[in-house]
Structures are given as structure tokens and as C-alpha cells.
Design a protein around this ligand. Structure first.
Ligand SMILES: [Zn+2]
Length: 433
């Protein structure tokens, strides 16, 4: 099931997007208090914005705007809203999103074409290993998408390997939707309990929340570790509440396909100008066809690089590489720029290390200091020096390594209100310039 527009030429796709952009601008200017004010204040004539090249003339929308003016973004009467979702709140106060009937239909369409892109069909059975409650939009999207595809779903929820395996053995799903590092816990449980996972019904996993490939689309360490044990197809999917749209990999597994009928994607540098093709930059999106809370040029804070070459699957749409990290979490270390996921990937290489938290601090002159906290293990002098060598060789950084108790680790990882365990703590102070 490939939407017709995604097989069309780049020029036709662009033309469709521009028409929908003009619609979105008219709609937000009429119905969104936030955008009406923003356009007025910035002296924007929305009728002058006609093409994608005109986008830089429009102001950007930030996470800060969403937090400060949340209610002003809503374009519909309260009675029209059928679902309230919230952002995860990993970076600040959670923001709520209302969804109308039309938005839920759009979300279902988005997830159906995304699952279908990742080879799931109406004959598939999908085991959902993430939460559906706690105002989590993705969980709802997966359910609606499977429903629209005509496939079946087993809603097990997050965690508990034993319960996951019970359901796999009972209902024989061929796909899982899961956080990839959890698959290692599944393998561990299976090995301890005599389950032959390579003979199980599962053949593919839609992987959320963590990168599974390097920037050149080769399997990263986490993926190699999983595939070294369990013979699976892993498909990356990247989405957020704000985008209400997913970028999912096809059978060729070379980046998440853009669905141009649902979202406009720009990749911008620090000055909000487009980066050169293939260069990393911040993903900035304009949602298309959203009724309750459309966003215009929203800065996602995620650093990505795009590929524009057509894919062997026939789709002519842009593909997004793995999220390199959050822009805010960029670490500047002696002339090198790195993001926490690169550090996670390196730590994942060590079987002995199960729990870690990375803490970043800065000194008076603004140089970042990296502290890696390891919990609950006995770290030999040998492992310590191998770790340090690895960081120096692969990432050209020399982090400080600290061993803490399991109790301290639990507090750091699960102490906050976040829906996900915390792996990165930023203690940097913004320095006055
Ligand atoms: Zn493809």
C-alpha cells in the first residue's frame, strides 16, 4: 500500500505540498490565535508565501512557544476534541495536543502507511510493547494504524519479558513494536527459560525511541548485538507528538520515508537556513491536514540528515537518517561535536555495563565535561581502561567514569516524572555572552 503521491515525481510532490502549505497558512491565520498574532506581529502577508522556497520568510515556532501559549494553538472548539495527548516532557513541561475526529483519521492513515512501509500487511499480527495510556499519542497511533490496515494487535504494553513471551507463544505475532534495547532483555529471558527465540513466530520489529543505524545506515552496535542473537528484521520509525507523523523505514532499511501529504520537512542550520543536501541540521516541520493543533515551521530540536536519492522500493520521497541527538544536548568537547546517542552506542558495546547515566557539566570557560556513571557492577581496572581507550579512539573524548550504587542509579534513571528512563542529565549552565 504505497500512496500514489509518494510514487510521483519530485516536482509533482512539491506542487502538492505547496498547495497544502497555502491551505495550512490560510487555516492557521483564521483559526489559531497564536499564528494570527505571530503573523501580524512579524508583518507576514500569508498570501505572499506560495512555494517551499518562500518558507524562510515565515517565523519559526519553538518548544518554548508551545509551552507558553499552549491553548492559543488550538483551532477548534473544545467540543470537537476527541483525544488529549501530551508530549513526553523530557525537555520541560509537557505540552498537550487535542485531536479531532479528522486528526484521529489522519493519525490512523499515517500509521497504516508507515506500518505498511515496514512490510506489515492486513495478514499480520502485531504485538504492541509500548504503553497506550498516559496520554501517549504513539501508542494510540499504533493501535489506529493496525486497525486501519486490517491487521491484528496484541496490546501487551511496556516491559515484563515473561508476559511478552507468554503472548508471543500464545498468539504468534509476526511483528513487534518495541524499544530495541528491550529486545536484549527478551533474549536474556528466553535463554534463561528455554525459549528458542529463533524458532518463534516473530520475524520483524518496528523499533521506536532509539537509533538502530549509524549515519551511513549500517547497523549500529545495539543492532549488531540484537541481530547477533536473534534473526530479525529491524525497521526504524521516528515520530513525535508535535509532528503527529512518522518517518518509517521500508524493506531496504535506509532511513525513514517522508510522507509528503502529511508534513513539510526542512533541515536547518543555526541561522534557520536550509543545510546543504545530506548535511546534518535541525528538523523543522509544518504539519499538513491537522485540524486541532497544526504547527507551522516547528523546530523539533532533533538533529538529522536527509537523503534525497530515490529508494529501490519505488517511493520518490526524502528519507531521514537516524536522529543524531537533540540539538540542546549537543556536547562541545575540545573542538569535537557529539550527541549523547553516540556515547550510548559505545557503552552498549560492553556486555558488562547494564545501567548507565551520562552527566554533562561545564566549567567557567564553557568547556563541557562528560561524566559517565555506571551502576551496580564491579568494574575492574582493565574494563575501566578499555572503556577509556574506546572513548578516545572512537569519539576523541576522555570522559570521567564513576561507579555508583544501584540505588543511586535507580534514583537517577527513574526518579523524575518522565515516561521513559533517564539516560542523560544536563547540568550545564547557559553562560552569559
Ligand atoms: Zn524505500
Amino acid at each position: 500500500m504505497i500512496p500514489e503521491i509518494e510514487l510521483k515525481s519530485k516536482a509533482e510532490i512539491k506542487e502538492m505540498q505547496e498547495e497544502r502549505l497555502r491551505e495550512t497558512l490560510r487555516y492557521t491565520n483564521t483559526h489559531s490565535k497564536f499564528y494570527r498574532n505571530k503573523f501580524l506581529k512579524n508583518d507576514i502577508d500569508i498570501n505572499a508565501i506560495k512555494t517551499l522556497e518562500d518558507l524562510p520568510d515565515l517565523p519559526v515556532t519553538t518548544k518554548d512557544d508551545l509551552q507558553k501559549f499552549n491553548a492559543d494553538f488550538i483551532c477548534v472548539d473544545r467540543s470537537e476534541i476527541m483525544d488529549y495527548s501530551t508530549t513526553s516532557g523530557t525537555t520541560g513541561e509537557p505540552v498537550f495536543f487535542g485531536l479531532t475526529k479528522k486528526d484521529l483519521d489522519r493519525l490512523a492513515y499515517n500509521e497504516a502507511i508507515s506500518f505498511s512501509c515496514s512490510t506489515i500487511s492486513s495478514n499480520s499480527t502485531v504485538q504492541l510493547m509500548t504503553t497506550m495510556d498516559r496520554c501517549f499519542m504513539a501508542g494510540l497511533a499504533y493501535f489506529l494504524g493496525v486497525h486501519q490496515l486490517g491487521a491484528s494487535m496484541i496490546r501487551v504494553g511496556a516491559g515484563i519479558p515473561e508476559l511478552q513471551w507468554d503472548n508471543i507463544l500464545k498468539f504468534r505475532p509476526d511483528y513487534l513494536v518495541a524499544v530495541p534495547s528491550f529486545l536484549l532483555k527478551m533474549v536474556d529471558y528466553a535463554e534463561k527459560n528455554g525459549i528458542d527465540y529463533n524458532q518463534s513466530s516473530v520475524k520483524g520489529v518496528v523499533c521506536i525511541g532509539e537509533a538502530i543505524r549509524d549515519a551511513d545506515f549500517q547497523p549500529n552496535k545495539l543492532t549488531r548485538k540484537i541481530l547477533g542473537k536473534w534473526n530479525l528484521e529491524l525497521y526504524s520509525t521516528y515520530a513525535s507528538t508535535e509532528m503527529s507523523t512518522a518517518f518509517s523505514e521500508c524493506e531496504y532499511q535506509i532511513g525513514g520515508h517522508h510522507h509528503p501529504e502529511l508534513i513539510i520537512a526542512e533541515i536547518l542550520d543555526d541561522e534557520n537556513q536550509p543545510v546543504k543536501d545530506g548535511q546534518p541540521g535541525e528538523l523543522v516541520v509544518t504539519t499538513l491536514g491537522v485540524e486541532a493543533m497544526p504547527l507551522v515551521r516547528f523546530k523539533t530540536g532533533d538533529m538529522v540528515a536527509a537523503q534525497h536519492k530515490p529508494c529501490k522500493c519505488g517511493r520518490n520521497t526524502m528519507r531521514l537518517g537516524p536522529v543524531l541527538g537533540r540539538k540542546k544536548q549537543m556536547i562541545k568537547y575540545k573542538g569535537t561535536t557529539i550527541y549523547p546517542p553516540a556515547l550510548y552506542d559505545l557503552l552498549n558495546d560492553f556486555d558488562e555495563i547494564e545501567h548507565y547515566v551520562i552527566e554533562i557539566d561545564n566549567n567557567e570557560i564553557g568547556t563541557d565535561r562528560i561524566v559517565i556513571k555506571l551502576g551496580g557492577i564491579h568494574v575492574s581496572q582493565e574494563l575501566m581502561s578499555t572503556l577509556k581507550d574506546h572513548f578516545r579512539a572512537k569519539l576523541r573524548v576522555a570522559p570521567q567514569i564513576e561507579i555508583i550504587s544501584m540505588e543511586e542509579m535507580r534514583k537517577l534513571k527513574f526518579g523524575g516524572l518522565s515516561r521513559k528512563p533517564v539516560s542523560f542529565i544536563d547540568k550545564r549552565k547557559t553562560l552569559a555572552s
